[in-house]
Every structure is written in structure tokens, then in C-alpha cells.
Design a protein around this ligand. Sequence first.
Ligand code: BES
Ligand code: ZN
Length: 456
Amino acid sequence: MDALTQYLEGNREQFLEDLKKALRIPSVSTQPAHREDVRRCAQHVADDLKAVGMTRVEVVPTAGHPVVYAEWLGAPGKPTALLYGHYDVQPPEPLELWTTPPFEPTLRDGKLYARGACDDKGQVYMHLSALKAHMKVNGRLPLNLKVVIEGEEEAGSDNLEKFLRERRKQLDADVIVVSDTSMLAADQPALCYGLRGILYTQIEVTGPAHDLHSGEFGGAVTNPANALAVIIAALRDGDGRVTVPGMYDRVRALTPQEREGFRALPFDEKAFIHETGAPVAFGEKGYSTLERIWARPTCDVNGMWSGYIGEGSKTVLPSFAAAKVSMRLVPDQDFAELFPRFEAYVKKLASPGVTVVVKNLHGAPPFLTEPDHPMLQAAVRALARSWQKPPALIREGGSIPVMATFQETHGLPCILMGFGLVDDNVHAPNEKFSLTSFHGGTRSIAYLYEELAKGA
Ligand code: BES
Ligand code: ZN
């Protein structure tokens, strides 16, 4: 075994302990009450980057949450990689469904449970562990490295673009490296070449000026909850297609080759659906499950509220109803172009007697790159070396808002090499990261930096 691999094997416990410390900080970016925790987490990540030997470590304030920047430029003549990740996490609610508390990382059956264990602190700390191994074994990194770890990814990365533009020159690199995606199965590494975009909205329906007795007034005025249901029911047809006018105008059709590529992947659809707990698969007619998730748009309610939802009954006609509705977007859909169309359509669906307001909470463009870009070959070699089998080339259905910026405005090739698993419960109660992913991922990343140093 080479010295690098040996160091990685010998220091697993320490790597895990370092990750657990970061997981104890509740860096929930979308909840204002956690603002100070988010800042504390940025400082913690910065301190850890300094500790592994990165130089020029900065916690950079933005109009929102801080960005952590670090670099190590001691390999003149070698390529420069820009590592991107996020230290913020999604809200942990509903808390009562967690077996152990979300911010008390707990090991059970070879899996580490905590909010952020996989998305994305676990994956960021694989990089820190790999960097530490290189520094300890060789006293240096095999290539130049710049690191950007942001605190607003789960909130739409609103302030990151400005940071990237302002530091355009400083952030010059040959390749972007990101670990915030998944494997195809626990023993099947994957390289991701496409992500969906998103348009996230909130629909607010107001009727009477205050709640009313549903017997005294029910039937006499429009109930905003009923009116909201009418709107939501109309957003998709029975075949799972989104009905927003113009929704499909820019959707790039899958090529027969890509459909065949998806079909040939070692993907166990039955197991995937079984894992969700849903009795059957359902989605847009005419498409497979992978096609639906990776390459077709959707429209989903993420949450809705109105009236009385406590125990027992209360006869009330609510004055207000609201829903959080997101649309996942695929190339070449444009969230900015879609929002006014969505807004107009929702308003048209409003029943008489209510006022409807549609808010644009955030948006992110879809991402698609050339799967056989030469830079990606370094990742193919690293993953094959680490897992003893070549990676599957996949797309995924989630969004990473900054990827399009890296690709379009910075013109850089992107390696999306992630190690999540379908049953990691990201964004849900009992999020976890399996130790096989964590250690296998760390090893893959250590090899990736070596392979990237060899050049494309
Ligand atoms: N790690 C995910 C992105 C992801 C999820 C990639 C699943 C591949 C598969 C990322 O942290 C995330 O959740 N992003 C948000 C972005 C949104 C809030 C703009 C998402 O996709 O919901
Ligand atoms: Zn996420």
C-alpha cells in the first residue's frame, strides 16, 4: 500500500471526529434564528482549512452568510483546481421524527446520522481529510488549490455570484471540483454531468379579513384554502405534465443515445422506489424513472398551510392559505423567464373572491456538461483506482445553483464527484452518511488531486 493510502487508512477515526465537530453547529441558512450559528460554522471551517495547511484563509462577509475562501499555491507549473462546497444545511424539522437529535452526530450500524452528514459537510470534510493526508505524507499538495465553501447553497446561493465576479481573477483555475452529488449504488461510484435547475415560489391566497365561523359564513364567501386547492390541482394534468403555459417551450429533448445510456446504467429502479416507501412509481407518462428525475421538469408542493391544523376539530373558515411550490427545470429552461408566466397562470386560476400573490423565493439554472471532457478523465481514473471499477456517468435531479456560473461565466470544466446514497435521507429526518462512502470518498478525492496534477 502506498504511503498516502496508508495514512488515509490509519487516520479514519480522526477524520470522523473532525467531521462530527462541524456537524454539531446548526448552520441552517434559511432560518434567520440561526444566523450566528451559520457565521460560527464559517469560522470553524476556516480554522479547519488553516489546520490542514491551507494559506490565505478568509471568512468573507456577504450581504447574506459568509463565504469561506482558502488557497494553497505551492505547485508552480501544475494545474489549479477550485474546490466548491457548502457548509450550510437544510432545516432539521420535523424534529420529532429524528431517532437521535439532528445536531448530535451519532454513529449507528456504520452510518453517521446528523443534519449535513452527507449534504454537504460530510462531503466537504472528505476533501479536508484528503488534503490533510497529502500535506502530512508529502509536505505539500500535488497541485494548486483554491477553496470556496459557501453558506447559502440551501437558500439559493443569492450572494455567491457577486463574490465570484468580484474575485474573478483571484479565482482563476483549470477545473472546478465539487462533491455534493451521489453514487449510483453503495459500490458503484458515479460522475455527474447534469443537474436540474429550480424556480421556487410561494403562493399566498387571502379571502376574508379574518377567520370566520364556518357555519355562520361557510357558503357565503370564498374559502382561501379551497381556492388554493383549485390552483394546485390545476398545475399538473393526469399524465404528470406541468400545465403552466410555455413550460415545455425550451425543454431540450433527450437524444436516443442519451436515453439508451440511461437504460444501460446499473440502476435498480425497483429498489429505488422501494426505498422511498411509496407503493408505486408515478411521473410523466412516456418517461422512465431516471428520465423523469434527471431530464424532465416537475412542479411540486413543498409545503402548504391554512386554517386549523391542531388536534381535534375546529369549525373555521380560514382567511388565508399558502403553499411553497417549486419547479425543477432542465436545459434550456430559464427560471427568470418562467416566473412571470407562472405568476400570471396562477392568478388566472384564482377563484372569484380571493386575492392571490405569487412570490419568487429563488431560482437556479440547470447544468449540463460534456461527459467526455478530458478533465473528467482524471476523475474517472481516480474513482476506478479507489473502487476497483469505473464510475457510471449520470445526471441528477437536484440543483447546485453556482454550477452554471462556473460553467458559463468562468468557462471552466466541472467535476461533480459525490458519494451520497439513495437512502441518505438528505433534507429529511435521519440524514446520514455511510462510512463506506466517507472513507471511500476521501480516498477517491486524495487520488483525484494526484490524477489532476498529471494534467488533462
Ligand atoms: N446536494 C444538493 C444537490 C443535489 C441533490 C444534487 C440531489 C444531486 C442530487 C444540494 O445541496 C441541494 O440540495 N441543493 C438545493 C438547491 C436549491 C435550494 C436552490 C436543491 O436542489 O434543493
Ligand atoms: Zn441540499
